[in-house]
Design a protein around this ligand. Sequence first.
Ligand SMILES: C[S@@+](CC[C@H](N)C(=O)[O-])C[C@H]1O[C@@H](n2cnc3c(N)ncnc32)[C@H](O)[C@@H]1O
Ligand SMILES: [Zn+2]
Length: 292
Amino acid sequence: MTRICDYEGSRYRKEFWESGNRQYEDMAERIALAKMLPPTGKRLIEVGAGFGRMADMYKGYEQVVLLDYARTQLEEAQRYLGQDNRFIFVVADVYQLPFVSHLFDALVMIRVMHHLVDAPAALSELKRIISPDGAAIIEYASKRHLKAILRWLLRRQEWNPFNPEPHEFVELNIDFHPAWMRQQFTAANFDIQEIRSLSHFRLPLLKKFFPPQFLAALDGWAQPTGRWWQYTPSIFVKAAPQKKTADIVTGFFKCPACHNHTLKKTENALFCPSCQRHWEYRDGIYDFRTPA
Ligand SMILES: C[S@@+](CC[C@H](N)C(=O)[O-])C[C@H]1O[C@@H](n2cnc3c(N)ncnc32)[C@H](O)[C@@H]1O
Ligand SMILES: [Zn+2]
């Protein structure tokens, strides 16, 4: 089985965002997403949505699926976002998404790729669920950023940031080379439409002396240079499926175990008549991680 970075029970929102002095990064990501995401559409999915940090940016979408491997992250998202019938909460694994193909007009995945040991498999599964006219905004962490290059040149770091292979610097935390990543998008039959480089100013000293709004505005101004070169720690890619035709989509969920499209809704589950599994539905969350 593929190794997975499990956030079950983690205090990600509190520890990483609220006490982590990361307003600048949050604002810079919002600028990029606002520029890249089509403002309106029918159905959007965020994969690895965590506590729904970005969900307020999906107001133009009629239906929004927030998917995460960790149920407790989605429970936090329910508290964070309050009651809104547009949201559907789904526990599942990016490698086995429980949806029929071509279901979504838009897909967002931010700060998740760096936890994925099999990026090619994930990209191909993401591509499968997007409509032929849809768009995916996918962020990844880059190994070829200025700080890493400098450290390597000064012999303070052993690994070479120009080596194209992914670099797992801590278990299940992986940085990617932009050229390697471009190849994986193409191999998954994605066309890259736009690239933005983010977090030019992710330096403690700058963050200490300048307000996050100011640094984020500067970053937003510099982000489009990602089209020509990428030397920052975070890269946003807007990609669209290469093939523009597809069968008409019918259905919504599919069984992640046997791929059957006709799940039957019971009071507390979706039942798969083909493999006899029950996928639990409890307190507003569909769970496709472990059959009930
Ligand atoms: C660093 S958090 C990012 C959360 C959110 N995207 C954000 O930017 O605030 C990474 C999230 O990816 C989820 N994740 C990791 N591996 C996953 C997988 N295989 N399938 C689905 N979600 C996964 C984790 O549970 C976690 O909530
Ligand atoms: Zn099944």
